[in-house]
Write a new protein. Structure first.
Length: 295
């Protein structure tokens, strides 16, 4: 039992360290839940783990299932663990991973390693339903995005949203995969805000010097990106949905930073600088207004 828990916790932490918060998604992964090759949808923590992988296909299978279908796993592919558990009679467990339950029942917990359909060759691909959302780009938010100077490459597809500082590109699911266009632009602005930290743009320590999850600089960089996205959403008149979704985990990081009295002020200043860069306007006007008011 402990081995299974440790394995899943490690996998979730790995996703977090890569900048992916599994339960924070505002898109529908192409309108599909992750499912096994037979079409049965995964449930519980398996949804979080599988939906945040980089693949577009929702179908997963074990190594044996791939072989049974006459295919093979592409060399170098990495499997993903999924959990299976059910209540069984204690006498039927026979030493398998379990812990004491009620009324003679105990939870039987196991894990399996699965591969995405895109990691295989020779397996017939089931026809996947496409996203049903027929969103159109919002004029002003799209204009702001296209007008960003020295904009990073924006790539579409898969189920993850992130910015790659090393290769300087933003990865996003397709617009049609999001529940609303506003959520798409909130997510896009968050990742574009990260990209302003690149040395070729504004430059920020949290991007230039890669930081580990939960560190001071990592937490500050996430806060900068969220605030910058909030500025941009306010400027374009769309609701900033991401700030509410991220409030819980940002609050958790801030607990460790409670002695840093300057964090919020410095993060907001950097967020304003980031938003100004994306808007292609000179910074400093707001600071000047604040100084005039103080007089």
């Amino acid at each position: 039992m402990c081995k299974v828990y440790d394995l899943i916790n490690s996998r979730i932490m790995e996703l977090l360290e890569q900048g992916t918060v599994p339960w924070r998604k505002t898109w529908s992964a192409g309108g599909n839940y992750p499912k096994n090759i037979s079409g049965r949808e995964y449930r519980g923590v398996n949804v979080f783990i599988l939906a945040c992988q980089e693949f577009s296909s929702p179908y997963w299978m074990t190594f044996k299932q791939v072989q049974d279908r006459g295919g093979h796993v592409i060399k170098g592919s990495r499997s993903v663990p999924v959990v299976f558990w059910k209540w069984v009679n204690r006498k039927d467990v026979d030493g398998a991973d379990s812990e004491e339950g009620r009324n003679g029942k105990v939870p039987l917990v196991r894990y399996y390693s699965v591969f995405n359909l895109e990691q295989t060759e020779g397996v017939t691909h089931p026809e996947s339903p496409v996203a049903i959302n027929d969103h159109q780009p919002l004029p002003l938010p799209e204009q702001i995005t296209m007008g960003m100077p020295h904009r990073p490459d924006i790539r579409f597809g898969g189920n993850r949203a992130y910015y790659s500082p090393t290769l300087d590109y933003v990865q996003l699911p397709h617009l049609s995969s999001f529940e609303t266009p506003e959520e798409y632009y909130c997510c896009l602005y968050h990742e574009l805000s990260h990209s302003t930290g690149h040395a070729s743009r504004v430059g920020r320590k949290g991007i230039i010097e890669l930081s580990y999850f939960g560190s001071h600089e990592y937490s500050k960089e996430e806060l900068v990106a969220e605030m910058s996205a909030a500025f941009l959403c306010g400027y374009t008149g769309i609701e900033n949905i991401t700030i509410e979704n991220s409030a819980a985990y940002i609050a958790g990081w801030l607990k460790a930073l409670k002695n840093d009295k300057t964090l919020l002020i410095h993060a907001a200043a950097q967020a304003q600088k980031s938003a100004d860069y994306i808007l292609n306007r000179k910074g400093g006007e707001d600071d000047q207004v604040a100084d005039d008011t103080a007089e």
